[in-house]
Each structure stands twice: as C-alpha cells, then as structure tokens.
Design a protein around this ligand. Sequence first.
Ligand SMILES: Cc1ncc(COP(=O)(O)O)c(C=O)c1O
Length: 401
Amino acid sequence: MDQKLLNRFNYLKSLHLDIDMSRGKPSKEQLDLSNKMNDVLSSQSDYKSLDGLDVRNYGGLEGIKEARQLMGDVLGIDYQNVLVLGNSSLSAMYEQIARSFIYGVCGNTPWSKLEKVQWLCPIPGYDRHFAMLEHFGIEMISVPYYNDGPDMDLIEALVNEENIKGIWIVPKFSNPLGITYSDEVIRRLARLKPAAKDFRIYVDNAYALHDFEGDVKLLNIYEEAKKVGNEDILYLFTSTSKLSFPGSGIAAIGASENNIKDITSHLKYQTISYDKINQLRHVRFFKNKEGLKEHALKHGQILLRKFKIVDEYLSKYCSDVAAWNTPKGGYFVTLKVKGVAKEVVARCKECGVKLTEAGATHPYHNDPTNSYIRLAPSYLSDKDLSLAMEIICLSILLESV
Ligand SMILES: Cc1ncc(COP(=O)(O)O)c(C=O)c1O
C-alpha cells in the first residue's frame, strides 16, 4: 500500500469530518432560489383558480386548472389527463401500486389475489423504487442498461410473461446513470405489447427539466403510444420537488382517459382535495413551463459547478482505476470501481464521508459485481465536496491496490 496515500488518508481521518453525500438533496443555495414563492400569496391576494375555485376551500380533486396545465406541459400531455396531487411523486407511485394490489388496474384481478407479481428493473436504478417494490413483495427482475436506455430486446421478450406487471423508467437523466433514453428506446417502450392487460410503464420523469444548460430532448412517450392506440400502458409522474422545495412541491400523474377514470374512481374515497394553495403558489411563481425551465437552469448552473468538482478529482486521481459518467443534468454520478465498491464506501465512512450504500443501485441491495457507487454532489458546499472527493479518490486508490 502506498505509504504517502495512507498518511494523507490518516491525516484526513484525524479531522473527524462529518460529511453526508448519500442523498440527492438540493443545497441551501438552490432552495434560496424559490424563497420568493412564499410571498406570492398574501392577505390581499385573489385566491380564485382559473376554474373558479376558492383554493382555500374544499373541492377540486383533480387539482386546479392552471396547475394541471403546468404539470401537463411538463409531462407532455393534455391538462385534462392530469391529476395534481400532494407534495410527492414517489408517494403517488406508491399509492398507484397499492391500488393495484387492493382493487386491480382498470377492472383486472387485484394483485393481492395473484400468486406472484413481478417487475422489470433497469439497473443500476433508483434505490427507493427497489425498496418500494420489495416492501410490496413484488419480485424484481434486473434488466441491464445500455448508453441509450434499458435492453429493449430483453424487455420485449420478458413482457410475454403474464406475471410481469410493470417497469419503472426514469427516461431523462436517469437516477443514477444520468442517461436520457434515445428515440428508438422510447418508441419501443411505447409500442410494448405485454401479455398482462394490467401491465403499466411507470414513467418517473423526476428530472424532466433538470438540464444543467441547454435542453436535452426526450421523445414524448405518450404521443408515441397514442399513435398506436397503446396509451393505456402508461402512467406519467413528475414533481417540482427539486425545483421548488422537496417535500413542499407539487406532484402530478398524467395518463390516458381510461387510467385517469380508474384512478379517480378510487381517489374520490381517499381525499376531498389536495393542497390547492400550494398549487396556486407554484403557478403564480413559475407562471408556465418556460418559467419553470428558466428557474431550472439557475439550479443547473449551481449543479454543474458541483459536478465539475467531482469530475476534476476523479480525472486527476482515478482515471486508471475507476470509470464514471459525466451527465448533462439530473442529480447523480455513477462511479464504477471494479469489485471494491463496498470496501470504498466503508473506507469513506471511516474517514467521515457518508456515501449511498454500495449495492443500493440494485434490487435486493445485490450488485453482483460489487462495482457501483452512486455519488450525490448537490447538497455539499464546494469546500466539503472537494474534501469528500479527495477522500473518495484516496479510498479508491487504497482499495484498488
Ligand atoms: C427518480 C426519482 N423519482 C422520484 C424522486 C422523489 O420525488 P418526489 O420528491 O416527488 O417524491 C426522486 C428523488 O430523488 C428521484 O430521484
């Protein structure tokens, strides 16, 4: 083991650092960008929505018209096919799976009555998707990623199995690879003909507008599916979590007429209406999709600075022993360290840097190659991020010997 590297590592360890780089949270600098949203509604304000609702009162299960329009524009679907829900798209996805177990999808057998429910999982993927599926007892089947999306040959073959009820995709700046699906992959997904009538593609477009600069194009999957009469296969999800305030944003689901009817037939028993004051605050602040996009680019500038720090350290120290991606948007860098991911994460922890657990990018926490590490640089100050990156690089070099 290189004594000089070890000495430096031990020195950094002696500082007793406490740096948490495990989750993709916006930094304070990013959160401050939206503070003025808190001022757009005052006691003088007009609290009426476009469809004439007093947003302070009950009513409007589907969400207010202007919020449905805003989120519909983000999702690429007409506002009438959009429900604006609470503060979290993840919870909207959870509820949709729960409804599928309790009531079934569009009149099909409830999944709770089936012997086995299976799901396709492009890997590496989002740990919370996998944790949720595991929580529901859904069996996960891994599908590898290429540079332009998941292995479509494999997906097309696997959906011939009746037990396979869904797939989660993050088509733009996927978590954690940061890739955007090609037109061909989107077209093939939109044209899938699964054996199960209640198979659904959960399109988690969490990073729809999260370009660092410019605009990486994503083909409109709903339009593609509609061209071949296959739109019932899709649920589209998004939220403003990482553009306004995580935990206090607005989330939406977009889907075909049949699916929206099915969802609202259950939703009406669940709530009278969601937080319409928050919906109105968001629309008054962002105005429209262009306003949201402009705001997203301000986040992008901050994030790009952080992603550059990550790339600079890895390029300087680890180009011989690691591989990583340099995404044009989103929140994550995927780092590949052959066979030593767990060891690197443990060594970083020993030195006061908490990373996402090794294996979290795979179903059942099982990365058979022990190679993938998800880096989440957004939350840290530049100074802490630089320190963390030095420790990550040292840990990789020490473990790769
Ligand atoms: C792919 C993906 N989906 C959903 C979420 C969470 O979204 P929300 O805050 O709307 O629940 C995240 C957060 O990191 C994410 O990366």
